[in-house]
Design a protein around this ligand. Structure first.
Ligand code: ACO
Length: 447
């Protein structure tokens, strides 16, 4: 068995090395503090494996993404989103019988408790739908408590998957002031979402097949992405044994931020801004390179992919196809392509290996489907649900799971003593006040 050696203060320590099925190597430092008294410092966790997982494999250098071993390119437009949910959560593709039963359960559980409709009345009309989604998903735990029983846990998984789309669509209807449309048990997951968003009680509405397929593809491409920010939030909260709804509620909040799932809304807003600015691409690329500007090229860059994000590749192709099949001519697609072209040939982006990510083209397809910009991140959340659930379940089922509790290196004041207010002098922030701060400076100067 391979091992890793660490020399600290001249003393040598040995640690086991864990090798994954795709030959990923990790140094198991579980005993580091016990053996050495030291901890690791890894801000942003770029080098830290928080768990061993059998769900999703990513090779960011080679642009590979696989769900339970299946390449994303093989399943993205072939599998129904409900099949992908089953695959991620239970580890294998459902057979015909399993799929029929799974779909039956996902549709019959789509309705939300009528009492929950009152919650929607309480939100302001201009509430961001992510605020509503996170609050409502967490609130499901008030109706369906975590009993610790496995059958109930499985039922809650189905309830969450089934009801989240209804909640998402209702939050949109609340926003536009239209009556809620109830789910239908005969439609696919994607078709149900579109119908609940766009049908009205006054007119007959058939979901266009091209729209259903496009949304199915988008959901599949977002279904899991291993230990990203929102998924880590789900695992972090779930590690305290918090229930599924509360844990996923935390994930939804994590996803909302503009550096994560919120980027899809930001991309569209950025493209609109460029359009209004007479397509002055150079100005925006220049601004993105200037750190002081605070502006980034949204939908570009990724912590893990240092090559094309395979999801972005598929979405770029799909954007062309879907827009042409729907007869939509969106100038934002051309703007996105031009911007990508310029960035991919710019030294700043080339050197940092910054490529378009999943959020770069997804918004253009959502827009072509008629989905408003502030619903984009909600659509991402619906897609990511099976991933969050699978990761939560994997963690829950693993008897070795411990509560997530990282450590820190303290850099604040050393011990000091309370001084009565009348004896306190003026606070001088730049004064070297403590031994701790002085030590830190000394260490920084040495290194
Ligand atoms: N535009 C301009 N510069 C960028 C961008 C960008 N979009 N992304 C990274 N950089 C630069 C950074 O300034 C940094 O430069 P430096 O080395 O000279 O300091 C370098 O590239 C590395 O960037 P970090 O922020 O350190 O990379 P990190 O891995 O921490 O962040 C992230 C990844 C958050 C995705 C980042 O690339 C970013 O902010 N992108 C824009 C937001 C976005 O699209 N988010 C969606 C990601 S996909 C998802 O979550 C579903």
């Amino acid at each position: 068995m391979p091992t890793a050696k660490l020399i600290l203060d001249g003393k040598e320590y040995e640690f086991p090395v864990v090798v994954g099925t795709e030959h990923e190597v990790g140094i198991d430092i579980a005993q580091l503090r016990a053996k050495t008294g030291a901890i690791t410092l890894d801000p942003g966790y770029g080098n830290t494996g928080s768990c061993q997982s059998a769900i999703t494999f990513i090779d960011g250098e080679r642009g590979i993404l696989r769900y339970r071993g299946y390449p994303i390119e093989e399943i993205a437009d072939k599998a129904a989103f409900s099949e992908v949910c089953y695959l991620l959560i239970y580890g294998h593709l459902p057979n015909q019988k399993e799929q029929e039963e799974w779909r039956r359960q996902l549709t019959t559980n789509s309705f939300i408790h009528e009492d929950m409709l009152k919650f929607f009345e309480g939100f302001p009309t201009n509430a961001h739908p992510m605020a509503i989604l996170s609050a409502m998903v967490t609130s499901l735990s008030a109706y369906y408590p975590d009993t610790g029983n496995e059958d109930d846990a499985n039922h809650n998984i189905i309830r969450l998957l089934a009801k989240a789309k209804t909640i998402a669509a209702f939050s949109y209807k609340k926003h536009v002031g239209e009556p809620m449309i109830y789910p239908r048990t005969d439609l696919s997951y994607a078709a149900n979402i579109l119908r609940m968003l766009f049908a009205t009680p006054a007119e007959h509405y058939d979901v266009p097949e091209v729209a259903e397929n496009a949304l199915n593809l988008l959901l599949n491409l977002h279904a899991d992405h291993e230990q990203n920010c929102s998924t880590s939030a789900v695992r972090m909260v779930g590690s305290s044994r918090a229930n599924l709804f509360a844990s996923v509620g935390a994930g939804i909040c994590g996803l909302w931020g503009p550096l994560h799932g919120g980027a899809n809304q930001e991309v569209l807003e950025m493209l609109e801004m460029i359009q209004k600015d007479n397509c002055d691409y150079k100005k925006y690329v220049k601004m993105a390179k200037d750190k002081a500007s605070g502006f980034r090229l949204m939908g570009f860059g990724h912590r893990v992919y240092k090559n094309f994000d395979p999801r972005a590749k598929l979405l770029k192709k799909a954007a062309d196809e879907v827009l042409s099949q729907l007869g939509v001519n969106d100038p934002l697609l051309d703007i996105a392509k031009s911007l990508e072209e310029i960035a991919l040939h710019d030294d700043f982006f080339v050197q940092r290996k910054l490529y378009p990510n999943v959020d770069f083209y997804s918004g253009i397809i959502y827009r072509a489907l008629g989905i408003p910009t502030d619903m984009f991140t909600v659509m991402f959340a619906l897609g990511r649900l099976p991933g969050w659930i699978a990761q939560w379940k994997e963690m829950r089922d693993d008897p070795s799971t411990r509560i997530h509790r990282p450590r820190q290196i303290y850099i604040g004041e050393c011990e000091r003593h309370y001084v009565p207010i009348e004896k306190r002098g003026a606070h001088r922030p730049n004064e070297p006040r403590t031994e701790g701060a002085a030590t830190l400076r000394a260490v920084a100067q040495q290194s």
